[in-house]
Design a protein around this ligand. Structure first.
Ligand SMILES: [Zn+2]
Length: 301
C-alpha cells in the first residue's frame, strides 16, 4: 500500500525510481513508524523519541541513527527540536497512574497539542528558508498576517514558532531597513531585555535587530558597547537562573555550559538587584550624555 510522501515532509526526493519524504533536510510533518517506513522502502522514519543527545529527530531505518546526530557529524546544523523544548509533539505518559488503593486512575485523553499539518508545513518551510515572510509565502493561502494572527490565538503555534526561531536565530520581526534606527530607547530596551532573558540571540530576535546591525552599532557606539558589557554579567546570572530551573526539570545542558564560564561575585545577586544595577548604569550613561541622539545618528540598519 503506497503512502503519499507529501504527507510526511514538505521536501520529497526521488532515488532509484522511489519517491520518499526527505526527513534528513526537512522536518517530519507527522509520525512515521519504522515498520511503515520499512514497508514503503523509505530510508528514514520519525517517532518523537529523543536520541541520546536530546534531538527529537527522524532516524535512519537501517541503523536507527538520529539524522540530527548525523547532520552534526557532517558539520551541519541540526533541524529538529531538542528534548528540552518539545513543542512539536508532546508524548503522553505511558505509565498508568495508580490511586492509593492500587486501582488505575482513568484520565481523559489530553487535547491534541501538536501544530496542525498546515502549520507544520509552515515550520518545515521556515526551517529551510529561515525567513518568516518567505516561509509564509511558500504555504498556499498564507501571509505574514496569518502567522501573526495564529500567534495571538494559538499558544501551541506561538510556542513552536518561538522554539524554532530561537534555535535557528531567525528574526521574528520583519526587518525594516528603511526605518530601522538605533535610538537611546532601543539601546535601553536592548540592555534590559538582555538582562531579563539572559541570551543575546534571543534579545536580538525579539527586538528585530539583525546580527550585522548589532555588531556594527557595538563598534560605532562606545556607550552602547559599555552598556552591553555591563549587562552581560547580569545576563549570565539570569541565564544561570533559567538553567537551574531547566536542570530541575531534567535538562542540565544550559547549566553545563555555564559551569565552564562561571560567573564572578555577582552570582549571589538577586534578579531584582541586577535590574536595579542596570537602571543605575543607564541613568549614569544618560547623565553623561553617552547615548547618541537619534537625529545625528548615522547608523546603519
Ligand atoms: Zn541526535
Amino acid at each position: 500500500m503506497a503512502l503519499d510522501p507529501n504527507e510526511f515532509s514538505a521536501v520529497i526526493k526521488v532515488r532509484k525510481g522511489k519517491t520518499y519524504p526527505d526527513l534528513i533536510n526537512s522536518l517530519a510533518l507527522r509520525n512515521l513508524p519504522k515498520e511503515t517506513a520499512e514497508a514503503e522502502g523509505w530510508p528514514t522514519f520519525y517517532m518523537p523519541e529523543p536520541c541520546a543527545n536530546g534531538h527529537t529527530a527522524a532516524r535512519f531505518v537501517k541503523n536507527s541513527l538520529c539524522v540530527d546526530c548525523w547532520r552534526v557529524r557532517q558539520g551541519r546544523e541540526t533541524i529538529y527540536p531538542t528534548a528540552k523544548n518539545r513543542t512539536y509533539y508532546k508524548q503522553r505518559d505511558a505509565t498508568p497512574t495508580l490511586a492509593a488503593n492500587g486501582a488505575p486512575v482513568v484520565i481523559a485523553p489530553p487535547a491534541p497539542v501538536e501544530p496542525k499539518p498546515v502549520e507544520q508545513r509552515f515550520f518545515a518551510e521556515l526551517a529551510t528558508l529561515r525567513d518568516i515572510d518567505k516561509a509564509a509565502s511558500a504555504v498556499p493561502g498564507w501571509t505574514r498576517g496569518t502567522v501573526e494572527s495564529r500567534c495571538s490565538s494559538n499558544p501551541i503555534f506561538k510556542a513552536a514558532l518561538q522554539d524554532l526561531t530561537d534555535r535557528l536565530g531567525i528574526a521574528t520581526r520583519a526587518p525594516d531597513a528603511e526605518t530601522f534606527k538605533w535610538s537611546p530607547e532601543l539601546e535601553k530596551n536592548f540592555a534590559m531585555r538582555l538582562v531579563d532573558c539572559g541570551l543575546l540571540e534571543q534579545t536580538r530576535t525579539e527586538l528585530g535587530v539583525s546580527a550585522s546591525s548589532y555588531h556594527t552599532h557595538l563598534e560605532r557606539s562606545p556607550a552602547f558597547a559599555a552598556l552591553v558589557a555591563a549587562a552581560e554579567p547580569l545576563a549570565r546570572l539570569t541565564l544561570r537562573d533559567r538553567a537551574t530551573k531547566e536542570a530541575a526539570a531534567g535538562n542540565d545542558r544550559l547549566l553545563k555550559i555555564l559551569e565552564v564560564d562561571a560567573p564572578e561575585a555577582i552570582s549571589t545577586w538577586s534578579v531584582e538587584r541586577c535590574n536595579a544595577e542596570i537602571t543605575k548604569l543607564l541613568q549614569r550613561f544618560d547623565a553623561q550624555g553617552l547615548f547618541v541622539e537619534q537625529s545625528n545618528a548615522d547608523l546603519v540598519s
